[in-house]
Design a binder for this molecule. Structure first.
Ligand SMILES: Nc1ncnc2c1ncn2[C@@H]1O[C@H](COP(=O)(O)OP(=O)(O)OP(=O)(O)O)[C@@H](O)[C@H]1O
Length: 474
Protein backbone atom coordinates (compact mmCIF):
# COMPACT_ATOMS: atom_id res chain seq x y z
CA UNK A 1 0.00 0.00 0.00
CA UNK A 2 1.27 3.44 -0.81
CA UNK A 3 2.44 5.64 2.01
CA UNK A 4 1.26 9.23 1.92
CA UNK A 5 4.47 10.22 3.61
CA UNK A 6 6.31 9.27 0.43
CA UNK A 7 3.95 11.43 -1.59
CA UNK A 8 3.90 14.57 0.51
CA UNK A 9 6.07 17.58 0.16
CA UNK A 10 7.34 18.77 3.50
CA UNK A 11 6.61 22.44 4.19
CA UNK A 12 10.22 23.59 4.16
CA UNK A 13 10.87 21.81 0.88
CA UNK A 14 8.03 23.55 -0.84
CA UNK A 15 8.82 26.90 -2.33
CA UNK A 16 5.67 28.72 -3.26
CA UNK A 17 6.51 28.50 -6.94
CA UNK A 18 7.25 24.80 -6.94
CA UNK A 19 3.78 23.48 -7.59
CA UNK A 20 3.20 24.36 -11.22
CA UNK A 21 5.00 22.26 -13.76
CA UNK A 22 4.61 24.34 -16.87
CA UNK A 23 6.30 27.66 -17.47
CA UNK A 24 2.91 29.15 -18.13
CA UNK A 25 1.81 28.67 -14.57
CA UNK A 26 4.87 30.15 -12.94
CA UNK A 27 3.52 33.64 -13.01
CA UNK A 28 3.22 35.76 -9.93
CA UNK A 29 0.15 37.86 -9.60
CA UNK A 30 -1.67 39.74 -6.94
CA UNK A 31 -5.21 39.89 -8.25
CA UNK A 32 -7.80 37.72 -6.55
CA UNK A 33 -8.42 34.45 -8.26
CA UNK A 34 -11.84 35.35 -9.50
CA UNK A 35 -11.00 38.82 -10.72
CA UNK A 36 -11.99 39.56 -14.29
CA UNK A 37 -9.04 39.71 -16.63
CA UNK A 38 -8.49 41.47 -19.86
CA UNK A 39 -6.80 39.75 -22.71
CA UNK A 40 -5.21 42.80 -24.25
CA UNK A 41 -4.08 44.54 -21.10
CA UNK A 42 -2.00 42.76 -18.59
CA UNK A 43 -3.27 43.44 -15.14
CA UNK A 44 -1.07 45.86 -13.31
CA UNK A 45 0.21 44.75 -9.97
CA UNK A 46 3.36 44.55 -7.97
CA UNK A 47 4.56 41.35 -9.59
CA UNK A 48 6.26 41.56 -12.92
CA UNK A 49 5.61 38.15 -14.43
CA UNK A 50 2.38 37.82 -16.29
CA UNK A 51 0.87 34.92 -18.11
CA UNK A 52 -2.08 35.14 -20.38
CA UNK A 53 -4.34 32.40 -21.59
CA UNK A 54 -2.82 32.83 -25.02
CA UNK A 55 0.51 31.74 -23.50
CA UNK A 56 -1.05 28.58 -22.17
CA UNK A 57 -2.61 27.98 -25.56
CA UNK A 58 0.82 28.22 -27.19
CA UNK A 59 2.44 25.83 -24.72
CA UNK A 60 2.56 22.44 -26.46
CA UNK A 61 2.44 20.68 -23.09
CA UNK A 62 -0.78 22.38 -22.06
CA UNK A 63 -4.16 20.74 -22.68
CA UNK A 64 -5.24 24.19 -23.81
CA UNK A 65 -2.71 24.13 -26.67
CA UNK A 66 -3.89 24.44 -30.24
CA UNK A 67 -2.41 25.17 -33.63
CA UNK A 68 -5.47 26.46 -35.38
CA UNK A 69 -8.15 29.02 -34.81
CA UNK A 70 -11.83 28.16 -34.66
CA UNK A 71 -12.24 29.71 -38.14
CA UNK A 72 -9.75 27.24 -39.55
CA UNK A 73 -11.86 24.38 -38.25
CA UNK A 74 -14.47 25.33 -40.84
CA UNK A 75 -17.48 25.74 -38.56
CA UNK A 76 -20.59 27.49 -39.92
CA UNK A 77 -20.60 31.27 -39.44
CA UNK A 78 -23.42 31.51 -36.86
CA UNK A 79 -21.51 29.05 -34.68
CA UNK A 80 -18.27 31.01 -35.05
CA UNK A 81 -20.17 34.16 -34.14
CA UNK A 82 -21.38 32.41 -30.99
CA UNK A 83 -17.81 31.49 -30.05
CA UNK A 84 -16.73 35.05 -30.65
CA UNK A 85 -19.52 36.33 -28.41
CA UNK A 86 -18.27 34.01 -25.69
CA UNK A 87 -14.76 35.40 -26.18
CA UNK A 88 -13.37 31.99 -27.14
CA UNK A 89 -10.31 32.93 -29.17
CA UNK A 90 -8.67 29.59 -29.83
CA UNK A 91 -9.73 26.00 -29.38
CA UNK A 92 -8.24 23.85 -26.65
CA UNK A 93 -6.44 20.64 -27.59
CA UNK A 94 -9.53 18.47 -27.23
CA UNK A 95 -11.59 20.92 -29.26
CA UNK A 96 -9.05 21.19 -32.03
CA UNK A 97 -8.32 17.49 -32.29
CA UNK A 98 -11.70 15.93 -31.63
CA UNK A 99 -13.83 18.25 -33.74
CA UNK A 100 -12.57 17.23 -37.20
CA UNK A 101 -12.97 13.56 -36.23
CA UNK A 102 -16.49 14.08 -34.93
CA UNK A 103 -17.56 16.18 -37.93
CA UNK A 104 -16.21 13.89 -40.64
CA UNK A 105 -18.64 11.96 -42.83
CA UNK A 106 -19.90 9.31 -42.66
CA UNK A 107 -20.26 10.08 -38.94
CA UNK A 108 -18.11 7.99 -36.65
CA UNK A 109 -18.41 7.36 -32.95
CA UNK A 110 -15.97 9.04 -30.55
CA UNK A 111 -14.56 8.28 -27.12
CA UNK A 112 -12.79 11.43 -25.92
CA UNK A 113 -10.86 12.06 -22.73
CA UNK A 114 -9.45 15.39 -21.62
CA UNK A 115 -8.63 16.91 -18.23
CA UNK A 116 -11.28 18.69 -16.19
CA UNK A 117 -12.03 22.24 -17.28
CA UNK A 118 -10.45 21.96 -20.73
CA UNK A 119 -13.56 22.61 -22.79
CA UNK A 120 -15.05 19.20 -23.52
CA UNK A 121 -18.55 20.68 -23.41
CA UNK A 122 -17.89 23.09 -26.26
CA UNK A 123 -16.26 20.25 -28.22
CA UNK A 124 -19.44 18.19 -28.29
CA UNK A 125 -21.77 21.19 -28.43
CA UNK A 126 -20.04 22.42 -31.59
CA UNK A 127 -20.51 18.98 -33.12
CA UNK A 128 -24.18 18.89 -32.17
CA UNK A 129 -24.81 22.39 -33.55
CA UNK A 130 -23.00 21.54 -36.79
CA UNK A 131 -25.02 18.37 -37.29
CA UNK A 132 -28.59 19.55 -36.73
CA UNK A 133 -30.92 20.87 -39.44
CA UNK A 134 -32.31 24.15 -38.11
CA UNK A 135 -35.20 24.11 -40.55
CA UNK A 136 -36.62 21.26 -38.44
CA UNK A 137 -36.33 23.17 -35.21
CA UNK A 138 -39.08 21.25 -33.38
CA UNK A 139 -37.73 17.82 -34.21
CA UNK A 140 -35.32 16.31 -31.70
CA UNK A 141 -32.07 15.67 -33.58
CA UNK A 142 -29.46 15.53 -30.86
CA UNK A 143 -29.69 14.04 -27.38
CA UNK A 144 -27.14 14.91 -24.70
CA UNK A 145 -27.17 12.90 -21.47
CA UNK A 146 -25.60 13.96 -18.18
CA UNK A 147 -25.63 12.41 -14.70
CA UNK A 148 -27.28 15.26 -12.79
CA UNK A 149 -29.99 17.86 -13.38
CA UNK A 150 -27.44 20.59 -12.61
CA UNK A 151 -25.07 19.42 -15.30
CA UNK A 152 -27.90 18.96 -17.81
CA UNK A 153 -29.07 22.55 -17.17
CA UNK A 154 -25.52 23.82 -17.49
CA UNK A 155 -25.00 22.05 -20.82
CA UNK A 156 -28.36 23.37 -22.04
CA UNK A 157 -27.10 26.87 -21.27
CA UNK A 158 -23.85 26.26 -23.17
CA UNK A 159 -25.77 25.02 -26.25
CA UNK A 160 -27.98 28.10 -26.10
CA UNK A 161 -25.05 30.46 -25.65
CA UNK A 162 -22.82 29.05 -28.38
CA UNK A 163 -25.89 28.67 -30.58
CA UNK A 164 -27.26 32.15 -29.92
CA UNK A 165 -26.87 33.14 -33.60
CA UNK A 166 -28.27 29.87 -34.95
CA UNK A 167 -31.71 30.87 -36.11
CA UNK A 168 -34.63 28.77 -34.83
CA UNK A 169 -32.46 26.80 -32.44
CA UNK A 170 -34.60 25.30 -29.68
CA UNK A 171 -32.86 23.54 -26.80
CA UNK A 172 -34.90 21.70 -24.20
CA UNK A 173 -33.99 20.14 -20.90
CA UNK A 174 -35.34 16.67 -20.14
CA UNK A 175 -34.91 16.66 -16.37
CA UNK A 176 -37.46 15.90 -13.67
CA UNK A 177 -40.28 18.45 -13.86
CA UNK A 178 -39.06 20.24 -17.01
CA UNK A 179 -41.56 18.84 -19.52
CA UNK A 180 -45.27 19.29 -18.83
CA UNK A 181 -47.59 16.25 -18.96
CA UNK A 182 -49.35 17.47 -22.11
CA UNK A 183 -46.48 19.02 -24.02
CA UNK A 184 -44.00 16.83 -25.76
CA UNK A 185 -40.32 17.67 -26.15
CA UNK A 186 -40.12 20.25 -28.93
CA UNK A 187 -36.46 21.15 -29.21
CA UNK A 188 -33.97 20.11 -31.85
CA UNK A 189 -31.41 19.61 -29.07
CA UNK A 190 -32.46 17.78 -25.93
CA UNK A 191 -30.27 17.73 -22.82
CA UNK A 192 -31.35 15.44 -20.05
CA UNK A 193 -30.81 12.81 -17.43
CA UNK A 194 -31.29 9.18 -18.51
CA UNK A 195 -34.24 8.30 -16.23
CA UNK A 196 -36.34 11.24 -17.41
CA UNK A 197 -35.44 10.60 -21.05
CA UNK A 198 -36.57 6.96 -20.81
CA UNK A 199 -39.79 8.10 -19.18
CA UNK A 200 -40.46 10.69 -21.92
CA UNK A 201 -39.82 8.21 -24.73
CA UNK A 202 -42.12 5.66 -23.07
CA UNK A 203 -44.88 8.27 -22.78
CA UNK A 204 -44.29 9.19 -26.43
CA UNK A 205 -43.44 12.71 -25.30
CA UNK A 206 -40.03 12.53 -26.95
CA UNK A 207 -39.84 11.49 -30.59
CA UNK A 208 -36.47 9.84 -31.10
CA UNK A 209 -36.88 8.83 -34.74
CA UNK A 210 -34.98 11.86 -36.08
CA UNK A 211 -32.06 11.72 -33.62
CA UNK A 212 -28.67 11.86 -35.32
CA UNK A 213 -26.29 12.35 -32.40
CA UNK A 214 -26.17 10.93 -28.89
CA UNK A 215 -23.67 12.54 -26.50
CA UNK A 216 -22.95 11.04 -23.11
CA UNK A 217 -21.07 13.44 -20.88
CA UNK A 218 -19.22 12.01 -17.85
CA UNK A 219 -19.44 8.78 -19.80
CA UNK A 220 -17.39 6.58 -17.46
CA UNK A 221 -19.81 7.38 -14.66
CA UNK A 222 -22.85 7.09 -16.91
CA UNK A 223 -21.88 3.71 -18.35
CA UNK A 224 -20.66 2.22 -15.09
CA UNK A 225 -22.76 -0.81 -14.30
CA UNK A 226 -22.70 0.10 -10.62
CA UNK A 227 -24.44 3.36 -11.46
CA UNK A 228 -26.39 4.68 -14.43
CA UNK A 229 -25.10 2.05 -16.87
CA UNK A 230 -28.31 0.11 -17.15
CA UNK A 231 -30.34 3.23 -17.90
CA UNK A 232 -27.93 4.30 -20.64
CA UNK A 233 -28.22 0.89 -22.25
CA UNK A 234 -31.98 1.24 -22.20
CA UNK A 235 -31.80 4.70 -23.77
CA UNK A 236 -29.54 3.46 -26.56
CA UNK A 237 -31.91 0.57 -27.32
CA UNK A 238 -34.68 3.12 -27.99
CA UNK A 239 -32.66 5.18 -30.49
CA UNK A 240 -32.04 4.84 -34.25
CA UNK A 241 -29.39 2.20 -34.89
CA UNK A 242 -27.13 4.43 -36.99
CA UNK A 243 -26.94 7.27 -34.45
CA UNK A 244 -23.50 8.83 -33.91
CA UNK A 245 -22.37 8.23 -30.33
CA UNK A 246 -19.94 10.60 -28.59
CA UNK A 247 -18.61 9.68 -25.14
CA UNK A 248 -16.78 12.32 -23.09
CA UNK A 249 -15.07 12.35 -19.71
CA UNK A 250 -11.92 13.38 -17.87
CA UNK A 251 -11.59 9.81 -16.59
CA UNK A 252 -12.04 6.44 -18.28
CA UNK A 253 -10.94 3.74 -15.87
CA UNK A 254 -10.03 0.51 -17.61
CA UNK A 255 -13.02 -1.45 -16.38
CA UNK A 256 -15.37 1.06 -18.01
CA UNK A 257 -13.28 1.61 -21.15
CA UNK A 258 -13.88 -1.90 -22.48
CA UNK A 259 -17.56 -1.37 -21.94
CA UNK A 260 -17.48 2.09 -23.55
CA UNK A 261 -15.91 0.55 -26.65
CA UNK A 262 -18.85 -1.81 -26.96
CA UNK A 263 -21.36 0.98 -26.33
CA UNK A 264 -19.77 3.15 -29.05
CA UNK A 265 -18.38 0.63 -31.55
CA UNK A 266 -15.54 1.53 -33.94
CA UNK A 267 -15.07 4.84 -32.20
CA UNK A 268 -12.21 7.22 -32.81
CA UNK A 269 -10.46 7.59 -29.49
CA UNK A 270 -8.56 10.32 -27.70
CA UNK A 271 -7.12 9.07 -24.43
CA UNK A 272 -4.85 10.58 -21.80
CA UNK A 273 -1.89 8.89 -20.18
CA UNK A 274 -2.28 8.23 -16.48
CA UNK A 275 0.37 10.83 -15.58
CA UNK A 276 -1.42 13.52 -17.60
CA UNK A 277 -4.78 13.26 -15.88
CA UNK A 278 -4.27 15.92 -13.24
CA UNK A 279 -4.55 19.62 -13.95
CA UNK A 280 -1.29 21.47 -13.32
CA UNK A 281 -2.95 24.64 -12.08
CA UNK A 282 -4.53 22.89 -9.10
CA UNK A 283 -2.28 22.77 -6.03
CA UNK A 284 -3.19 19.65 -4.17
CA UNK A 285 -2.74 19.74 -0.39
CA UNK A 286 -3.92 17.80 2.60
CA UNK A 287 -4.74 18.75 6.14
CA UNK A 288 -3.52 16.38 8.79
CA UNK A 289 -6.28 16.53 11.44
CA UNK A 290 -5.64 14.99 14.87
CA UNK A 291 -9.02 13.23 14.95
CA UNK A 292 -12.49 13.29 13.42
CA UNK A 293 -13.95 15.58 16.09
CA UNK A 294 -11.49 18.32 15.26
CA UNK A 295 -12.15 18.30 11.52
CA UNK A 296 -15.04 20.71 11.86
CA UNK A 297 -13.11 23.24 13.96
CA UNK A 298 -10.23 23.09 11.52
CA UNK A 299 -12.61 23.71 8.63
CA UNK A 300 -14.02 26.79 10.36
CA UNK A 301 -10.58 28.05 11.20
CA UNK A 302 -9.59 27.68 7.58
CA UNK A 303 -12.55 29.79 6.54
CA UNK A 304 -11.88 32.29 9.27
CA UNK A 305 -8.35 32.83 8.06
CA UNK A 306 -8.71 32.77 4.34
CA UNK A 307 -10.22 35.30 2.09
CA UNK A 308 -10.88 32.90 -0.68
CA UNK A 309 -13.02 33.32 -3.78
CA UNK A 310 -15.76 30.75 -4.01
CA UNK A 311 -15.22 27.30 -2.63
CA UNK A 312 -16.83 23.89 -2.58
CA UNK A 313 -16.76 21.51 0.38
CA UNK A 314 -17.37 17.86 -0.51
CA UNK A 315 -18.77 15.54 2.12
CA UNK A 316 -19.87 11.91 1.97
CA UNK A 317 -23.51 12.08 3.01
CA UNK A 318 -26.47 14.42 2.76
CA UNK A 319 -26.77 14.37 6.53
CA UNK A 320 -23.25 15.62 7.09
CA UNK A 321 -23.77 18.32 4.43
CA UNK A 322 -26.77 19.59 6.35
CA UNK A 323 -25.06 19.29 9.69
CA UNK A 324 -21.96 21.20 8.60
CA UNK A 325 -24.17 23.85 7.02
CA UNK A 326 -26.07 24.33 10.27
CA UNK A 327 -22.94 24.47 12.38
CA UNK A 328 -21.15 26.87 10.06
CA UNK A 329 -24.18 29.13 9.90
CA UNK A 330 -24.48 29.09 13.67
CA UNK A 331 -20.82 30.11 13.78
CA UNK A 332 -21.53 33.08 11.53
CA UNK A 333 -20.46 31.75 8.12
CA UNK A 334 -22.69 32.21 5.08
CA UNK A 335 -22.91 28.86 3.33
CA UNK A 336 -25.29 26.81 1.18
CA UNK A 337 -25.76 23.07 1.09
CA UNK A 338 -26.95 21.27 -2.04
CA UNK A 339 -27.65 17.56 -2.27
CA UNK A 340 -30.07 15.02 -3.66
CA UNK A 341 -32.59 15.35 -0.84
CA UNK A 342 -33.58 18.84 -1.98
CA UNK A 343 -36.27 19.09 -4.59
CA UNK A 344 -35.38 20.26 -8.09
CA UNK A 345 -36.38 23.94 -7.95
CA UNK A 346 -34.50 24.58 -4.74
CA UNK A 347 -31.42 22.77 -6.11
CA UNK A 348 -31.58 25.06 -9.14
CA UNK A 349 -31.81 28.23 -7.12
CA UNK A 350 -29.03 27.14 -4.72
CA UNK A 351 -26.68 26.55 -7.63
CA UNK A 352 -27.73 29.78 -9.34
CA UNK A 353 -26.89 31.65 -6.13
CA UNK A 354 -23.48 30.03 -6.05
CA UNK A 355 -22.78 30.74 -9.72
CA UNK A 356 -23.67 34.38 -9.36
CA UNK A 357 -21.54 34.76 -6.22
CA UNK A 358 -24.52 35.47 -3.97
CA UNK A 359 -23.29 32.53 -1.95
CA UNK A 360 -19.57 31.81 -1.83
CA UNK A 361 -19.39 28.46 -0.05
CA UNK A 362 -21.17 25.39 -1.30
CA UNK A 363 -21.33 22.23 0.78
CA UNK A 364 -22.30 19.28 -1.34
CA UNK A 365 -22.03 15.56 -1.98
CA UNK A 366 -20.80 13.71 -5.04
CA UNK A 367 -23.93 14.90 -6.84
CA UNK A 368 -21.93 17.99 -7.89
CA UNK A 369 -18.54 16.29 -8.20
CA UNK A 370 -18.70 16.16 -11.96
CA UNK A 371 -18.93 18.73 -14.70
CA UNK A 372 -20.12 21.77 -12.79
CA UNK A 373 -18.32 24.81 -14.15
CA UNK A 374 -18.09 27.86 -11.90
CA UNK A 375 -14.96 29.74 -12.82
CA UNK A 376 -14.66 31.64 -9.53
CA UNK A 377 -14.10 28.48 -7.48
CA UNK A 378 -10.58 28.81 -6.12
CA UNK A 379 -10.68 26.15 -3.42
CA UNK A 380 -12.11 22.65 -3.12
CA UNK A 381 -12.18 20.89 0.21
CA UNK A 382 -12.48 17.14 0.46
CA UNK A 383 -13.89 17.11 3.98
CA UNK A 384 -14.34 13.37 3.47
CA UNK A 385 -12.00 11.46 1.17
CA UNK A 386 -14.07 9.98 -1.69
CA UNK A 387 -14.60 6.25 -1.30
CA UNK A 388 -16.31 3.72 -3.55
CA UNK A 389 -19.72 3.18 -1.98
CA UNK A 390 -19.38 2.24 1.65
CA UNK A 391 -16.21 0.23 1.03
CA UNK A 392 -12.69 0.87 2.21
CA UNK A 393 -11.65 1.44 -1.36
CA UNK A 394 -10.76 4.98 -2.35
CA UNK A 395 -12.35 6.49 -5.44
CA UNK A 396 -9.60 8.18 -7.48
CA UNK A 397 -11.93 9.18 -10.30
CA UNK A 398 -14.30 11.04 -7.99
CA UNK A 399 -11.29 12.70 -6.33
CA UNK A 400 -10.12 14.01 -9.71
CA UNK A 401 -13.56 15.29 -10.69
CA UNK A 402 -14.10 16.93 -7.31
CA UNK A 403 -10.83 18.85 -7.34
CA UNK A 404 -11.49 19.71 -10.98
CA UNK A 405 -14.25 22.10 -9.83
CA UNK A 406 -11.38 24.57 -9.46
CA UNK A 407 -8.56 25.36 -11.89
CA UNK A 408 -10.91 25.70 -14.85
CA UNK A 409 -9.44 26.48 -18.28
CA UNK A 410 -6.03 27.74 -17.17
CA UNK A 411 -7.05 29.21 -13.84
CA UNK A 412 -5.37 28.06 -10.66
CA UNK A 413 -6.90 26.67 -7.54
CA UNK A 414 -6.22 24.80 -4.36
CA UNK A 415 -7.60 21.51 -3.13
CA UNK A 416 -7.33 20.50 0.52
CA UNK A 417 -8.18 16.94 1.51
CA UNK A 418 -8.85 16.25 5.18
CA UNK A 419 -7.36 13.10 6.71
CA UNK A 420 -7.68 12.16 10.36
CA UNK A 421 -7.16 8.41 10.80
CA UNK A 422 -5.44 5.43 9.22
CA UNK A 423 -8.29 4.74 6.85
CA UNK A 424 -8.55 8.25 5.43
CA UNK A 425 -4.76 8.56 5.35
CA UNK A 426 -4.39 5.30 3.43
CA UNK A 427 -7.19 6.19 1.07
CA UNK A 428 -5.56 9.51 0.17
CA UNK A 429 -2.17 7.80 -0.16
CA UNK A 430 -3.62 5.40 -2.68
CA UNK A 431 -5.20 8.22 -4.64
CA UNK A 432 -1.88 10.11 -4.69
CA UNK A 433 -0.11 6.94 -5.80
CA UNK A 434 -2.71 6.31 -8.48
CA UNK A 435 -1.98 9.63 -10.16
CA UNK A 436 1.68 9.88 -9.16
CA UNK A 437 1.07 13.23 -7.50
CA UNK A 438 2.80 14.94 -4.60
CA UNK A 439 0.54 16.40 -1.96
CA UNK A 440 1.55 19.36 0.17
CA UNK A 441 1.04 18.79 3.88
CA UNK A 442 -0.77 21.38 5.98
CA UNK A 443 -0.90 21.21 9.73
CA UNK A 444 -3.55 22.61 12.08
CA UNK A 445 -0.70 23.44 14.43
CA UNK A 446 0.74 25.97 12.07
CA UNK A 447 -1.93 28.33 10.80
CA UNK A 448 0.50 30.97 9.70
CA UNK A 449 2.09 28.47 7.39
CA UNK A 450 -1.26 27.17 6.15
CA UNK A 451 -2.59 30.61 5.37
CA UNK A 452 0.60 31.67 3.67
CA UNK A 453 0.83 28.45 1.73
CA UNK A 454 -2.66 28.65 0.33
CA UNK A 455 -2.47 32.36 -0.44
CA UNK A 456 1.03 32.04 -1.93
CA UNK A 457 0.07 29.23 -4.20
CA UNK A 458 -2.91 31.12 -5.45
CA UNK A 459 -0.89 34.27 -6.02
CA UNK A 460 2.26 32.72 -7.40
CA UNK A 461 0.69 30.31 -9.80
CA UNK A 462 -2.14 32.40 -10.99
CA UNK A 463 -2.22 32.33 -14.75
CA UNK A 464 -3.41 35.57 -16.18
CA UNK A 465 -5.98 34.63 -18.69
CA UNK A 466 -8.16 36.35 -21.18
CA UNK A 467 -10.98 34.26 -19.84
CA UNK A 468 -14.28 34.21 -21.53
CA UNK A 469 -17.12 35.32 -19.36
CA UNK A 470 -18.55 32.30 -17.64
CA UNK A 471 -21.01 31.20 -20.25
CA UNK A 472 -22.92 29.04 -17.89
CA UNK A 473 -23.69 31.48 -15.18
CA UNK A 474 -27.23 32.37 -14.34
N1 LIG B 1 -11.72 27.64 -26.43
C1 LIG B 1 -12.04 28.20 -25.27
N2 LIG B 1 -11.56 29.42 -24.96
C2 LIG B 1 -11.84 29.99 -23.74
N3 LIG B 1 -12.60 29.40 -22.78
C3 LIG B 1 -13.09 28.18 -23.05
C4 LIG B 1 -12.85 27.53 -24.31
N4 LIG B 1 -13.47 26.32 -24.26
C5 LIG B 1 -14.08 26.23 -23.07
N5 LIG B 1 -13.86 27.34 -22.33
C6 LIG B 1 -14.34 27.58 -20.95
O1 LIG B 1 -13.64 26.68 -20.12
C7 LIG B 1 -14.44 26.32 -19.01
C8 LIG B 1 -14.40 24.81 -18.82
O2 LIG B 1 -15.02 24.17 -19.90
P1 LIG B 1 -15.90 22.85 -19.70
O3 LIG B 1 -16.91 23.05 -18.61
O4 LIG B 1 -16.39 22.44 -21.03
O5 LIG B 1 -14.80 21.81 -19.19
P2 LIG B 1 -14.82 20.24 -19.22
O6 LIG B 1 -13.63 19.80 -19.98
O7 LIG B 1 -16.15 19.74 -19.67
O8 LIG B 1 -14.60 19.93 -17.67
P3 LIG B 1 -15.17 18.76 -16.72
O9 LIG B 1 -14.34 17.54 -17.00
O10 LIG B 1 -14.99 19.29 -15.36
O11 LIG B 1 -16.62 18.54 -17.09
C9 LIG B 1 -15.83 26.85 -19.29
O12 LIG B 1 -16.06 27.99 -18.47
C10 LIG B 1 -15.80 27.25 -20.75
O13 LIG B 1 -16.64 28.35 -21.01
Amino acid sequence: MADLASRITKPEETPAEATPATPATEAKAEAPVDAPTDQNNLIENEYEVEVKLSDLQNDTESPLYSVQSFEELGLPKPINDGLLAMNFKKPSKIQERALPLMLSNPPRNMIAQSQSGTGKTAAFVLTVLSRIDLSKSRQPQALILAPSRELARQIQMVVQTIGQFCENLVVEAAIPGSIGRDTGVQGSVVVGTPGTVIDLVRRRALNVSGLKVLVIDEADNMLDQQGLGEQCVRVKALLPKDIQILLFSATFPERVMAYAERYAPNANQMKLKQQDLTVKGISQMYMDCPDQDQKYDILCKLYGLMTIGSSVIFVRTRESATEIQKRMEADGHKVSALHGAHEGASRDSLLDDFRSGRSKVLITTNVLARGIDVSSVSMVINYDIPMKGTSNEPDPETYLHRIGRTGRFGRVGVSISFVYDGRSFNALSQIAEHYGIDLIQLSPEDWDYTEKKVQDVIKSTRAKADYAPNATSG
